[in-house]
Design a protein. Structure first.
Length: 233
C-alpha cells in the first residue's frame, strides 16, 4: 500500500493454497462516513465468501454474483455492531484463480487486470459515469462519480464478472483506483515484466515506480498473483 492520504481507506485480503487463490482489494468511498472501516469489512467478507469457490466450480456464475449480497449482509451486521456507519460505501475488486482460469469481479473503480508478455490484455471497467458514457451506456459525462459500490444499504448494484483463461507466465493485478491515477496499466505491466525477469517482487516494484513518478495522492494498493511458468511437481 502507498499514498499520502492521512486516513487509510484501502483494504486487502488474500486466501491462497498451492492450487487456488483469492485476492480482494477494497477502497472506501471518501465522501461517505467510516469509509476505511467499510473497506476493511468488505474486503474480508468478499474473501471469506470466495474462499469456498472450489465447492461451487461446477456452477460458478450464481455463486460469484452472490458476492455482493454476502458483503452487504456483513456490512449490515457491522452497522448493528456499531463498527461502520449505515451510509458508508466502498469499492471492491477481486480475482479468483483456479485450474487455469481467473474470474475477475469488480464493483466500483477498483480494478482487476491480466498481464501477459509485459502487456495488459484484459481488464475490468470502472463503474463511473464517464465510463458508462464511453461504453454507450449512459449520458454524456466526464464525471468520475461512481455508479456502483458496496454498502450496508445494498443499493450499489451487483458485481461485474469476467472470466479469463490463463497461461504460464501471466500475472493478475488487483488494484485500487489510486494506482491508475498515477500509473497506467501499460506501464504497470512493463514494471511487472521487469520484476519477473529480475526475480523481484512485482508488487513492491510497482509501488516503487509509483513513488518514483511522484507518489499517489489517493491511497494506492496493489496485489499481484504470478502464474508459474512451470508446473510444480
Amino acid at each position: 500500500m502507498s499514498g499520502s492520504r492521512y486516513e487509510q481507506q484501502d483494504a486487502a485480503a488474500i486466501h491462497a493454497t498451492p492450487r487456488f487463490a483469492v485476492i480482494v482489494v477494497a477502497d472506501g468511498v471518501s465522501s461517505s462516513p467510516d469509509a476505511g472501516a467499510c473497506a476493511q469489512v468488505a474486503a474480508r467478507s468478499a474473501c471469506d465468501h470466495l474462499a469456498v469457490f472450489p465447492a461451487h466450480r461446477r456452477d460458478p456464475a450464481p455463486f460469484i454474483h452472490s458476492t455482493a449480497d454476502a458483503v452487504t449482509q456483513d456490512l449490515r451486521a457491522a452497522v448493528t455492531a456499531g463498527r461502520v456507519h449505515e451510509r458508508s460505501q466502498s469499492t471492491l475488486a477481486a480475482a479468483v484463480v483456479f485450474r487455469g482460469f481467473c474470474w475477475a469481479l469488480s464493483l466500483g473503480d477498483s480494478r482487476v487486470a491480466l498481464v501477459r508478455d509485459g502487456q495488459p490484455i484484459e481488464s475490468t471497467t470502472r463503474h463511473s459515469a464517464a465510463s458508462a458514457h464511453a461504453g454507450g451506456l449512459g449520458p454524456r459525462s466526464t464525471s468520475p462519480a461512481l455508479t456502483r459500490w458496496a454498502s450496508p444499504a445494498g443499493d450499489g448494484g451487483g458485481v461485474t464478472v469476467q472470466c479469463w483463461r490463463l497461461v504460464p507466465g501471466d500475472a493478475v493485478l488487483v488494484t485500487s483506483d489510486g494506482v491508475d491515477d498515477v500509473l497506467p496499466p501499460w506501464r504497470a505491466a512493463q514494471v511487472i515484466a521487469t520484476a519477473h525477469r529480475d526475480e523481484c517482487d512485482p508488487a513492491d516494484m510497482v509501488l516503487a515506480e509509483i513513488d518514483a513518478v511522484g507518489g499517489a495522492v489517493d491511497n494506492a494498493t496493489i496485489a499481484v498473483l504470478s502464474i508459474p511458468t512451470e508446473r510444480s511437481r
